[in-house]
Design a protein. Structure first.
Lengths: 112, 453
C-alpha cells in the first residue's frame, strides 16, 4: 500500500476529486492547509500598510491506495491540478505498513 | 411641545445609540482574532458606564447653568435628572413641562447621552490589544467627567436653551459645529493620540502581521455607523424640519464622495481599491460633514467629503512616519477628518444654507475661518493635555498596559477568559466544568486548569 499526499490549489480541488472518483478512488482525507514553496507569499495592503503574507492557502489530499494504483492516482492528480503557473503544488508517495477499517476490523488491502 | 420634533429626536437618539455597537464591529473586525472581544467590550463598556454617569451628573455638567466663563455647567442643577420630570397628565397626552426648544428636556438628554457614549468609545481604537479592561473603564469615566462633559458644554450648550447661560464656543466664539466635529471627533482623536503615547506600541508592531481578522465585520460596522449617523447629523437639527432634511442630504453627499476619494488614493498609490478603504472613507466623510452639514450646499458637501477621503487616506500613514501605534487610526480618521470638517466650514460655508454664514470661498472673508480654527485647536489642545495627564496617572497607579506575555497570548483570554471563535467540532478539546452534577475528576481538572483553585 502507498500513501499519496497531494497539496494543490484550492480552486483545483473539485476537479481533482471528480477525476479521482471517475478512476475509482472511493475515499480520501482532505484538509485546508497553508504553506509556501518557491512562489513565496503575496502582498496585502491595509490602509496603506503593506504586509508580506508568507502562507498561501492550499488543499491537502491524502489517499491510501494499492501499490498497483499509486502511479495512476499520482498521474491523475498531477494532470488535473496543473495550471502551469507557479504555486501548483506538490505530490509525494510513501509506503504504508498496515491499515485497519475501524467498523469491521478488516486489515490492509481489504480495509481500503 | 411639538410631537413631530419629539418623535424625530427620540428616533435619532436610538439611531445614534446603534452607532456604538456599530463601532464595536468596525473596530472588532480590524484587530486580530485574539483580541476582537476586548475591542468590542471597550465600546460596550463605554455604553454601560456613560449611560449611568450621564444620568447622575454628566448631563448637568454639560447643560447645567454655566459656572463661569462658558467652561462648565453646574453639576448639581440637573443631578439625577429628577428635576426634569413632569408632564401635564394623561388627559393632555403627558406633554412634558420641561422643554428644550420644542422637545421634552428628557428627549434632549437622551439624544446628547448617546453622543457622550460614542465619543468615549471612539478613543479605544488607538489602544487596541493592550489595555487592561478595568483601567479602560476607569479612564472612560474620568475622561468623560473632566474632558467630554466640559467640552460638550463649550460646544453644544446654547444660552437660554437648556439653561440660562451656556458654553464659550457656542455663544462667545460663535464657531459653527453643527453635530460635533470638535466636541466628538477632534476631542476623541486628540485623546486617542495621547493614549497611544501613554500605552506605547503593541508588542511586535511593524514586525508581526497585524492585518484585520474579519473585514465583513468592518463593513457591517461601517454600514451601521453610516445608518446611525443620519440620526447624529440630521437629528442635531432637534426638529423634524427643513434643516434636518438639508443636513440629511449633505451627510449623504459627503459620505459617498469621501469613500470615492479614499478609494482613488488607494488605487493610485497601492494599485487596489480595498474594502477597508471603502469603509474607512465612509467614516472619514461622515466625520468631516458632522460639523459642516448645516452650513454648506450639497455641492459644497461633495467637495468637503472628497477631500476628507483623500486627506484621511494620506493621514493614516503618519503613524508609521512618527512611530506611534494609533492602532485603528483614530487620529488619521477622527482627528484629521474632524479638523478638516471644522475648518471647512470657514471655507465652504454658504449663506444659502440654514446656518446662514458665508465662508472664505463664498465671499465671507476670514471671519468664520478664524472662529473655526480657534474652536478646533482649543478642543485639540485641551483634550491632548488632559488625556496625557489622566492616562499617565492611571498608568502610574493601577497600571493601564497589559503585561507583554499576556498581550502576546491574547487579551481576550487574559482579560475576559473567552475566545471569540470556536470552529472546532471537538469543542476545542475541552469539557464543561459546570452543570450536569459533579464528576469524580472535576476538582482535579479545575485545579489543573488553574480555575477556582
Amino acid at each position: 500500500m502507498k500513501l499519496v499526499t497531494a497539496v494543490v490549489k484550492p480552486h483545483k480541488w473539485e476537479e481533482v476529486r471528480e477525476a479521482l472518483e471517475t478512476f475509482g478512488v472511493t475515499g480520501m482525507t482532505v484538509s485546508e492547509v497553508s504553506g509556501y514553496g518557491r512562489q513565496k507569499g503575496h502582498t496585502e495592503v491595509y490602509r496603506g500598510a503593506e504586509y508580506d503574507i508568507a502562507l498561501v492557502p492550499k488543499i491537502r489530499i491524502e489517499i491510501v491506495v494499492d501499490d498497483a494504483d499509486a502511479d495512476d492516482v499520482v498521474g491523475i492528480i498531477a494532470k488535473t491540478a496543473q495550471t502551469g503557473r507557479i504555486g501548483d503544488g506538490k505530490i509525494w508517495v510513501v509506503p504504508v505498513e498496515s491499515a485497519i477499517r475501524v467498523r469491521t476490523g478488516d486489515r490492509d488491502e481489504a480495509a481500503l | 411641545m411639538d410631537t413631530g420634533d419629539t418623535a424625530w429626536v427620540l428616533a435619532s437618539a436610538a439611531l445614534v445609540l446603534l452607532m456604538t455597537p456599530g463601532l464595536a464591529l468596525f473596530y472588532g473586525g480590524m484587530v486580530r482574532a485574539k483580541s476582537v472581544l476586548n475591542m468590542m467590550m471597550m465600546s460596550f463598556g463605554a455604553l454601560a458606564l456613560i449611560s449611568v454617569l450621564w444620568v447622575l451628573y454628566g448631563y448637568s455638567m454639560a447643560f447645567g447653568n454655566d459656572v463661569g466663563g462658558g467652561l462648565l455647567g453646574d453639576p448639581t442643577e440637573f443631578f439625577g435628572l429628577s428635576s426634569l420630570l413632569g408632564t401635564e397628565g394623561i388627559d393632555k397626552g403627558f406633554a412634558a413641562t420641561n422643554l428644550v426648544f420644542t422637545i421634552p428636556s428628557l428627549a434632549f438628554v437622551a439624544f446628547q447621552a448617546v453622543f457622550a457614549i460614542i465619543t468615549v468609545a471612539l478613543i479605544s481604537g488607538a489602544i487596541a490589544d493592550r489595555a487592561k479592561f478595568g483601567a479602560w473603564l476607569v479612564f472612560a469615566g474620568v475622561w468623560a467627567t473632566i474632558v467630554y462633559f466640559p467640552v460638550a458644554h463649550w460646544v453644544f450648550a446654547f444660552d437660554g436653551a437648556e439653561s440660562e447661560t451656556g458654553g464659550w464656543i457656542a455663544n462667545n466664539l460663535l464657531a459653527i459645529d453643527f453635530a460635533g466635529g470638535t466636541a466628538v471627533h477632534i476631542n476623541a482623536g486628540a485623546a486617542g493620540l495621547a493614549l497611544a503615547f501613554v500605552l506605547g506600541r503593541r508588542t511586535g508592531w511593524r514586525r508581526d502581521p497585524m492585518r484585520p481578522h474579519n473585514l465583513p465585520l468592518v463593513m457591517i460596522g461601517a454600514g451601521l455607523l453610516w445608518f446611525g449617523w443620519f440620526g447624529f447629523n440630521a437629528g442635531s437639527a432637534l426638529s423634524a424640519n427643513g434643516q434636518a432634511a438639508e443636513v440629511w442630504v449633505t451627510t449623504m453627499a459627503a459620505t459617498g464622495a469621501a469613500a470615492l476619494g479614499w478609494l482613488l488614493v488607494e488605487k493610485m498609490r497601492d494599485g487596489h481599491a480595498t474594502s477597508l478603504g471603502a469603509a474607512s472613507g465612509v467614516v472619514a466623510g461622515l466625520v468631516a460633514i458632522t460639523p459642516s452639514g448645516s452650513s454648506v450646499t450639497p455641492l459644497g458637501a461633495i467637495a468637503i467629503g472628497l477631500l476628507a477621503g483623500v486627506f484621511c487616506a494620506l493621514a493614516v500613514g503618519l503613524k508609521f512616519t512618527f512611530g506611534f501605534d494609533d492602532s485603528l487610526d483614530v487620529v488619521g480618521v477622527h482627528l484629521v477628518g474632524g479638523l478638516w470638517g471644522t475648518l471647512a466650514v470657514g471655507l465652504f460655508a454658504s449663506a444659502a444654507s440654514t446656518a446662514g454664514v458665508d465662508g472664505l470661498f463664498y465671499g465671507g472673508g476670514m471671519d468664520q475661518l478664524w472662529r473655526q480654527a480657534v474652536g478646533a485647536f482649543a478642543v485639540l489642545a485641551f483634550s491632548l493635555v488632559m488625556t496625557l495627564l489622566i492616562g499617565f496617572a492611571i498608568q502610574k497607579t493601577m497600571g493601564f498596559r497589559l503585561d507583554e506575555e499576556d498581550e502576546v497570548e491574547g487579551i481576550d483570554g487574559v482579560e475576559h477568559a473567552e475566545s471569540a471563535y470556536d470552529f472546532a467540532t471537538t469543542g476545542g478539546a475541552g469539557r464543561s466544568l459546570t452543570g450536569g452534577g459533579p464528576l469524580p475528576t472535576t476538582q482535579s481538572n479545575a485545579e489543573a486548569r488553574g480555575v477556582n483553585a
